[in-house]
Design a protein around this ligand. Sequence first.
Ligand SMILES: NC(=O)C1=CN([C@@H]2O[C@H](COP(=O)(O)OP(=O)(O)OC[C@H]3O[C@@H](n4cnc5c(N)ncnc54)[C@H](OP(=O)(O)O)[C@@H]3O)[C@@H](O)[C@H]2O)[C@@H](O)CC1
Ligand SMILES: Nc1ncnc2c1ncn2[C@@H]1O[C@H](COP(=O)(O)OP(=O)(O)O)[C@@H](O)[C@H]1O
Ligand SMILES: [K+]
Length: 580
Amino acid sequence: MYVVSSEQMRELDRHTIEKIGIPAVALMENAGRVIAEEVLKLCFQKKAGSGWMAEASHGPAASDAALQYGAADGAVRRGVCPPAGAFEAGAAPLRGLGPACPPPVAGDELLPAEAAGQEHWLILAGKGNNGGDGAAAARYLRDAGMRVTLLYAAEPSTLAGEAALQRDAAAALGIPALVHGRDAVDFRAFTGIVDALLGTGSAGAPRGAYADLIRAANASGLPIVAADIPSGLDADTGALHEPCISAEVTVCLAFLKRGLAQYPGAGAAGRVVVRSIGIPASLCRELGIGTYLLTPHVLRTVLDADVARPRSPEGHKGTYGHVLTVGGSRTMSGAGLLATRAALRAGCGLVTWALPASLVLPLSGAAPEVMLAPATDEESGGYWDEASAERVLELAKTRDVLAVGPGLGRFEGDSGWLRRLWEGWDGPMVVDADALNMLSSADGVDAWKVRPGATVLTPHPGEMSRLLGISTAEVQRDRISAATAYAVRHGVTLVLKGARTIVASPDGSAYINTTGTSGMATGGTGDVLTGIIAGLLAQGYSGPGAAALGVWLHGRAGEEAARRRGHPASVLAGDVIDAL
Ligand SMILES: NC(=O)C1=CN([C@@H]2O[C@H](COP(=O)(O)OP(=O)(O)OC[C@H]3O[C@@H](n4cnc5c(N)ncnc54)[C@H](OP(=O)(O)O)[C@@H]3O)[C@@H](O)[C@H]2O)[C@@H](O)CC1
Ligand SMILES: Nc1ncnc2c1ncn2[C@@H]1O[C@H](COP(=O)(O)OP(=O)(O)O)[C@@H](O)[C@H]1O
Ligand SMILES: [K+]
């Protein structure tokens, strides 16, 4: 699934209208229609969930709707909404039972007429095209049997172009139109709100009437369906302006906007449904859009990485590569162990763990599948030293991938030590934890050799802030840009961790992950990720492929660990490895 910025969305709109010849008003008409459809589905879901449908439905309308949602799987009884964007034409006829053909279904009747008649929705409309979408949606909702009232943020005469056409069409149908500041509005008279105040053309915090209406809508307690984005959300970064709509559903038009894929925006948007409005997806490819939501389909088709991870029946341990983990120290040996075990669970053939010499004996047997290699002299007291770089390079000669950082600690001359590995080892390398801090404190990183092998950096936001020399808050304000800019500039794959982890590749493309759980906010899960990515690199995946598949699998394993434990709060990093 493509993820676009406002600027890219404008380009896609322009191209569709000017080059393909689809009139702007047709796009807006489609927008209005899909927004209305999602409102009707939400109403249906709420009615079905409340049991109203079962009690009140003796008439044909309710059974029509049930047919449309495929009642056979029990979805209607449980009040579960059908999959986003999926409209069933009708349930399959029951063969051999009853009439051969089901009765005709009114395809537009998404909500039984009786239920629609109980709804009265307030459509908040801005003066731009987002407001035009709202006016178009109002007509479809009215046509479905709902009462609707438009509330304009500005004098309706200020609407222009397609939005003015939609305003006039709604007025011609007699849809009541109120204007903020002129007409008194009691929000308690309504059953739901469509937020069509501000879309991708908005800039900065909502002003004046827009801010008043957003506050009133949030305070009303009514369900809010946002058109395209919640008003007040920065569509590019996911930052929330004050105030910002808190939506139950966001009907995102054409393509997912960046701000809906990142927190805190994802939280304000509620359930996000991306609906087509006639802008062809092939245009994204033509216009070079390279930001994606990370799905198994994107992994397979864009990154050549299959979540099924097929293995050759005749493969042997040599087929799947050998990882050298470089990490662990006296007070943080567990980090090295977690990365090492995770690499094995990710499916590589062999793992050797290089660690300070005095830790070898105490840790022998901690993971029987792992080989241990002393990387320092006995005197190091369980910590790393500058001289160990040569020994690590020697060990690396017979291994395929280096995973450097978990539990490493800092030591005298460590940035020079990292540079020795960076420039002396040409194969794939994962750089994490204190190795990232060594990189941050190194002088003149730009002069370091460009590595021929894949280089994957896995910072959390704090480590990213040190790499960029900006605050963590600044990193979080626009995570996609921060990750992409660094990856392109330094020719590395950069994994910016945290909820909705971003994988940025050196060619400028970026992938936003959606797997994972808050249960993974616990010490050691980052070390597990490092091991997984190293294990995948050893099996021959590209840097971006290993990083993206690794992040996806890591999140899925975290979800599974939370399920097994019964609560996310009880997940330990080791559980994530066990769930792989
Ligand atoms: N063909 C297309 O393009 C299609 C577009 N589509 C839809 O259009 C949306 C984009 O529409 P858009 O570009 O007209 O901008 P939009 O989001 O309505 O806001 C602009 C208006 O808001 C105002 N305003 C801005 N910032 C403000 C603030 N902070 N506080 C207060 N006011 C503020 C600004 O006023 P101004 O500052 O210019 O006086 C201007 O009047 C897109 O999200 C999708 O829903 C679909 O119909 C499909 C076809
Ligand atoms: N709320 C969350 N949702 C999804 N994933 C999360 C969440 N919180 C943390 N994670 C994941 O857990 C891992 C934590 O890594 P990190 O901060 O490096 O921990 P550590 O250094 O203790 O190993 C990252 O992969 C991060 O994306
Ligand atoms: K909106």
